[in-house]
Design a protein around this ligand. Structure first.
Ligand SMILES: O=P(O)(O)O[C@H]1O[C@H](CO)[C@@H](O)[C@H]1O
Ligand SMILES: Nc1nc2[nH]cnc2c(=O)[nH]1
Length: 291
């Protein structure tokens, strides 16, 4: 991984221009699908879909459960773009490559970013299959200098020192909790703090205990860099974690986590997440910033 890699404004623009030349859709909302959550794109009408390998400048997905396709379409009166597959730092991408699509979305006119992920729970009240609306995050790689904003600031996207307080939009969070009630799944719905760790290994028991003590509710290996870049360029952000496993915190517990198990729980709950996201998009207020 080259953490010093820089991507120029022109590089983002070239990819945005290429996409604009290939589709008539001008998205207002972007959705990043977490592990096993690619079905979130299935509700989009009048789809235009592109393999990441065909999009100039796009990185490639290498993780099972991340198809590697960008899907444009209409969802409940809003134009959306959906990433079926995200990029993780542990795949070897630099953080600016990991977050490359978010700036491209900004250049396409996107106003709101929805991030979803599969995560392990540390909080006792969070069970596999639960949905945690992200109210805040701990960006562990960011705290030690592994930040997608590292390097010269691109003032055309945002300021040198962006604030991260209130980065997960309060209105969208309460709207999601309300929708959960209306869908009859309130017992699954929670709010909490997500922490990003580097991965790709899952947590040791001592690491799990440390995260728990620090006030982390759920842990994963993604999301925070995408959110930092989104906030930096002025996007509204909504995030949710689908809890796919409990993180083992006891030396007496013989449970163990693996990626196949994560994908299985994601798929079992993906319809509910899809309904929730669809309804949230339908209720969103958007301007028409089409570019
Ligand atoms: O965060 P998403 O992409 O949902 O994926 C999560 O699931 C994988 C581990 O099973 C890791 O990549 C973790 O970050
Ligand atoms: N770090 C981490 N990422 C996950 N993604 C899904 N489950 C987990 C987990 O338990 N730990």
């Amino acid at each position: 991984m080259n953490s010093k890699e820089q991507i120029s404004h022109d590089d983002y623009q070239k990819t945005a221009d290429w996409l604009k030349s290939q589709t008539k859709h001008r998205p207002q909302v972007a959705i990043i699908c977490g592990s096993g959550l690619g079905v979130l794109a299935d509700n989009l009408k009048c789809q235009d879909s592109f393999a990441y390998s065909d999009i100039p400048g796009f990185p490639q997905s290498t993780v099972q459960g991340h198809a590697g396709r960008l899907v444009f379409g209409e969802l409940k009166g809003k134009t959306c773009v959906c990433m079926q597959g995200r990029f993780h730092m542990y795949e070897g991408h630099s953080l600016c490559k990991t977050t490359f699509p978010v700036r491209v979305f900004k250049l396409l006119g996107v106003e709101t970013l929805i991030v979803t992920n599969a995560a392990g729970s540390l909080a006792d009240g969070l069970r596999p299959g639960d949905i945690m609306i992200i109210k805040d995050h701990v960006n562990f790689p960011g705290l030690v200098g592994m930040n997608p904003l590292f390097g010269p600031n691109d003032d055309k996207f945002g300021p040198r020192f962006p604030a991260m307080s209130g980065c997960y939009d309060k209105g969208l969070r309460s709207s999601a909790m309300e929708i959960g009630k209306q869908l009859g799944v309130s017992e699954l719905m929670h709010e909490g703090v997500y922490a990003m760790v580097g991965g790709p290994n899952f947590e040791s028991i001592a690491e799990a205990r440390l995260l728990h003590r620090l006030g982390v509710d759920a842990v994963g290996m993604s999301t925070a860099p995408e959110v930092v870049i989104a906030i930096h360029c002025g996007l509204k952000v909504f995030g949710l974690s689908l809890i796919t496993n409990k993180v083992v915190k006891s030396y007496e517990d013989s449970d163990s986590v693996n990626h196949e198990g994560v994908l299985e729980v994601s798929r079992l709950r993906s319809q509910t997440v899809q309904q929730l996201v669809t309804e949230l998009v339908s209720r969103m207020e958007t301007n028409n910033n089409a570019v």
